[in-house]
Design a protein around this ligand. Structure first.
Ligand code: PGA
Length: 251
């Protein structure tokens, strides 16, 4: 059975002290919380070890926000999958729209990154979603379908056990504008149907599909109430312990 997940993508925010502080606050805020959901935070690379120590004795898991596709070598400034696992990281976000837009990550590169992450036994939170112009031109289903098929549909059923999907319409990220719960459900059901067609209903039912894009305490519950929405990837609202906790409670 698929798991509900609330994941916080901290992006390029929080220095070491702030990372420690936010995790401390979060631990206090969620103490005693009776949730079945997995709770994940993704701090910056430099603070991953600190975060790993800080989440000790809590349900919080730590994810990386990205990784390089090569095993090692002359790639100045980059971080490999095995470096992440060597400090106990088990999850990595790949394909975030900011990586695609600002750092030129395309389907070909993401295919390599996914392969490298799986070779390192990392779980992948794979992000994808259409631009505003795609939605306006009614092309959003096609865009999402190709983003998924180009990168993930050559994986084996076993490899899919390490895949979590995060549908993030780019027009909703950091804009304060969310997809309506109906728009999210419509897309999530479509995504699940694509997986079912390729891999069968059982596997499709087991894949957690998160929604991302301006999820806040005041809209989380309605979005999460939809059948095919299994949680959220949260940006801005994950930077405040109170807001992130409210979102976890909404699941
Ligand atoms: P947001 O970001 O919640 O600030 O819109 C979501 C994301 O980029 O994952």
């Amino acid at each position: 059975m698929r798991k509900n997940i609330v994941a916080g993508n901290w992006k390029m925010n929080n220095n070491a002290e702030e990372t420690q502080q936010l995790i401390n606050n979060l631990k206090i805020a969620i103490e005693g919380l009776n949730t079945e959901a997995r709770v994940i935070i993704a701090p910056t690379f430099v603070n991953l070890s600190l975060a790993q120590n800080a989440v000790n004795n809590s349900i919080i898991e730590v994810s990386a926000q990205n990784m390089h596709q090569a095993k090692n070598g002359a790639f100045t400034g980059e971080i490999s999958g095995s470096m992440l696992t060597s400090i106990g990281i088990k999850t990595v976000i790949l394909g975030h729209s900011e990586r695609r837009t600002y750092f030129g990550e395309d389907d070909a590169m993401l295919t390599e990154k996914v392969k490298a992450a799986l070779e390192n036994d990392l779980e992948i939170v794979f992000c994808f979603g259409e631009l505003l112009e795609d939605r306006k031109s009614d092309n959003h289903f096609n865009v999402v379908e190709s983003q998924l098929k180009n990168v993930l549909f050559d994986l084996t059923a076993t490899e899919w056990k390490n895949i979590v999907l995060a549908y993030e319409p780019v027009w909703a990220i950091g804009t304060g504008e969310t997809a309506s719960p109906e728009q999210a459900q419509e897309m999530h059901a479509f995504i699940r149907s694509l997986i079912a067609d390729k891999y069968g209903a059982e596997l499709a039912n087991d894949v957690s599909i998160l929604y991302g894009g301006s999820v806040k305490p005041n809209n989380a519950e309605e979005i999460f109430s939809k059948e095919d929405v299994d949680g959220g990837l949260i940006g801005g609202a994950s930077l405040k312990a109170e807001d992130f906790t409210a979102i976890i409670k909404a699941i």
